[in-house]
Design a protein around this ligand. Structure first.
Ligand SMILES: Cc1cc2nc3c(=O)[nH]c(=O)nc-3n(C[C@H](O)[C@H](O)[C@H](O)COP(=O)(O)OP(=O)(O)OC[C@H]3O[C@@H](n4cnc5c(N)ncnc54)[C@H](O)[C@@H]3O)c2cc1C
Length: 384
């Protein structure tokens, strides 16, 4: 089922894009996703295909060769991708979020130069906000930038970088040397082809094992002046304002996982027999299916509403945080039930719900934990 609520009539182009993503995901991504999970290899192998289909270019304006999708279309497409490959969904989501930031904050000609090649695997992008000592408290970032002739020199380490092994562009939060604390955070678009960048893979993730996660060490890495996005001192704002939209991507990833779990649960409950009848006929199993269906539907509505708000030009932090917090937690509950409905069968690698259960787990952690989403929701309410 699509992310779009049934009462919403999709435009012809919108429906065609969503359908193409669904077919591609079911036909090609699903088997690959199972392989990536098993051998912890990277989704990067499909980047050229994703680029060819426009899936790396969804939020880039049409005049720069992008699809110029609305956020609702974008979320609906990520949902379809995530049903078959949550790893691919987060890969696209992070790359797209960085593209949206470049579009909004980069000055010309950098914006056009970078975005006109955004669908190419060679322009793959990463979002380098977190550090070992700065996770939920992103403002504690220590990665340092020293002003030099024509640009900056970076020294420090960023952690947990999705797309960080194959990525060309690293949108990086840095602290400018010699500037008072409140004005020192800056957003720099670092070119991964520069010297002085060491990338180390973070191995052994519980889930989304096809998605690359890396540590990046910067040693005297040069970044030209015009790669500063926004104003000096505005770095945190550049990152946090974009996370508002980014969270819609993760929320859509979560609804995709929930959808896949519900499908698996229903199919199994129809075919598995105990006590001489399909287990779906038992009320205990039916309740798990019904609760999951309700929570999935509620998640989709929240995600659609958050995307709609962005499309309407509103900065509704509460809507994005509600969608992210609810959809990610619901995906975890649904995945739990999916394993339960499968009994012992659901506890082994061979069964897809075992993987989905692990894939769901990170959705309440990255792009702001559930606890941080609740802080945002409560803060926005208190403002009223
Ligand atoms: C697979 C994966 C991919 C990631 N990809 C990226 C990426 O591409 N780019 C990037 O920059 N980061 C990325 N991250 C990092 C992710 O965003 C952080 O892990 C997350 O923000 C939490 O930070 P932390 O891990 O340091 O936990 P902490 O901030 O140390 O939190 C630990 C616990 O304390 C709670 N907590 C912290 N502060 C508060 C508070 N004020 N009130 C209540 N509870 C609180 C948290 O909710 C959590 O439960 C990724 C992480 C993972 C696991």
């Amino acid at each position: 089922m699509s992310l779009a609520p049934s009462h919403v009539e999709l435009g012809e182009d919108q429906a065609a894009l969503i359908e193409a993503a669904r077919e591609f995901a079911r036909g090609e991504l699903l088997p690959l996703d199972r392989k990536w999970d098993q051998d912890e290899s990277s989704v990067a192998e499909v980047l050229p295909t994703l680029g060819g289909m426009g899936l790396l270019n969804m939020l880039v304006p049409e005049e720069l060769g992008g699809l110029g999708c609305s956020y609702s279309t974008y979320a609906a497409i990520l949902h379809e991708i995530s049903v078959c490959s949550p790893s691919t969904a987060v890969t696209i989501s992070v790359h797209s979020m960085v593209g949206a930031i470049v579009n909004r904050f980069a000055s010309e000609p950098l914006r056009s130069e970078v975005l006109s090649d955004w669908s190419s695997a060679a322009s793959f992008a990463a979002f380098a906000l977190s550090e070992a000592g700065a996770g939920s408290d992103a403002a504690a970032a220590k990665c340092a930038a020293a002003k030099v002739d024509g640009g900056y020199r970076l020294n420090g380490e960023k952690m947990w970088i999705t797309n960080g092994l194959s990525g060309r562009w690293f949108l990086t939060l840095v602290r400018l040397d010699g500037v008072p604390d409140g004005e020192s955070l800056c957003a720099l678009l670092v070119d991964g082809n520069e010297t002085g960048i060491e990338r180390t893979e973070i191995h052994g993730k519980m889930g989304i094992r096809g998605s690359e996660t890396a540590v990046a060490n910067f040693t005297d890495t040069f970044v030209p002046d015009d790669h500063l996005l926004g104003q000096p001192g505005q770095g945190l704002e550049v990152f946090l304002s974009s996370l508002n939209q980014g969270r819609i991507g993760i929320a859509a990833q979560a609804t995709g996982i929930g959808e896949a779990c519900l499908d698996e649960m229903v199919n199994y409950a129809r075919q598995r027999e105990q006590f001489g009848r399909p287990i779906g006929m038992f009320q205990g199993v039916g309740n798990m299916i019904a609760d999951s269906a309700v929570e999935l539907e509620a998640s989709k509505l929240l995600v659609w509403r958050a995307a709609y708000r962005v499309d309407a030009g509103e900065l509704d932090r509460q809507a994005s945080s509600m969608a992210k917090a609810y959809a990610s937690e619901a995906a975890n509950r649904i995945a739990y039930r999916a394993v339960q409905v499968h009994g012992g069968t659901g506890y082994v690698h061979e069964c897809r719900v075992e993987q989905l259960y692990r894939d769901a787990r990170v959705t309440t952690i990255y792009e702001g934990t559930s606890e941080i989403q609740r802080i945002i929701i409560a803060r926005e309410l208190a403002r009223l």
